[in-house]
Design a protein around this ligand. Sequence first.
Ligand SMILES: NC(=O)c1ccc[n+]([C@@H]2O[C@H](COP(=O)([O-])OP(=O)(O)OC[C@H]3O[C@@H](n4cnc5c(N)ncnc54)[C@H](O)[C@@H]3O)[C@@H](O)[C@H]2O)c1
Length: 330
Amino acid sequence: MNKSMLKVDHIQFIQNSSCLVTGGAGFIGANLVEKLVSCGAKRIVVLDDLSTGDLGNIEGYFNADRVEFVNASITELDAIRSTFDRIDIVFQLAALGSVPRSIDNPVKTNNVNVDGFLNVLVAAKDAGVKKVVYSSSSSIYGDDNTIPKVEEKIGNPLSPYAVSKRSNELYAKVFRDVYGMDIIGLRYFNVFGPKQNINGPYAAVIPIFITNLLKGETCNINGDGTISRDFTFVQNVVEANILAAWAKIELENPVFNVAMGDQISLNELYNKIEDNIGSGLKPIHKEKRIGDILSSLADISKAKKYLGYEPGYDFQEGIKQTIEWYRKLY
Ligand SMILES: NC(=O)c1ccc[n+]([C@@H]2O[C@H](COP(=O)([O-])OP(=O)(O)OC[C@H]3O[C@@H](n4cnc5c(N)ncnc54)[C@H](O)[C@@H]3O)[C@@H](O)[C@H]2O)c1
């Protein structure tokens, strides 16, 4: 299955909009930039400090004269203010991802994900931006054991990263209520796809499995492999951002799960990737990681109802495209 959710109205809306993508040199941001370029957005500004992102993810688009890049950090309010001038939509993706990174360095995660996020809201407010769509995370469900996860029922955060994303949602609500801003939050569930960073100690599981197997190296699975995730192909997330930018929502809590609505255990995930690659290697099971939640299946009915979100790219299609992308690197 490989079907876009975007209708003519969404595409025309983007064509009439100037868009700022913070974190646009990163994995999801760069895929969003690619989509905005292909939709013909009036203007696209990418704001990124390249701390975990890669200019190579987007430099192919600078030929389109509508795409600009600003190298700055969202932690510096004065340095980013002017980037918000004449912007209609802010897609706020800039953050330090990864639960383990936040456990290793909670201050840094807080600085970027909380202080930086607040700066983005302030800059957007002061510049009169019409809409902010920001990236929250399934990590905020924390220790709540309800399955599937519904937006209104969250538990206690299990990591500094989860605290930072919860704080984003609280600030977004206050900025809606106090300043009347139009802000929508999307809680992504384990996104995967082309352009996801494989380098460094905080790389995500899918690019690690794929690149290891392509190189003929054994993969480690943390724990017994029964923990499950709602793995979501990045195109669904990109299109959810555009649907959210377009939507007019009058809800007390405009935060939406963005996922497949289906869960896969780490063991199944490994087998599906291995079926595609055929390396013949068996995984090794290691210690369970601190801060990892057991299961993260999303209820996506709220996003379906209010955003028209119907994930059009299924896991099989997504994993095939992702493996093909990594194959070109090796
Ligand atoms: N990938 C996932 O599975 C997932 C799941 C839930 C939520 N999210 C959220 O989605 C967003 C995008 O994640 P991603 O997976 O594309 O991560 P990524 O690391 O690939 O992209 C983040 C981008 O933000 C930039 N950035 C970091 N700090 C910055 C700063 N101080 N100023 C400006 N730019 C900065 C990085 O250089 C990078 O380009 C993040 O907010 C993340 O928390 C991701």
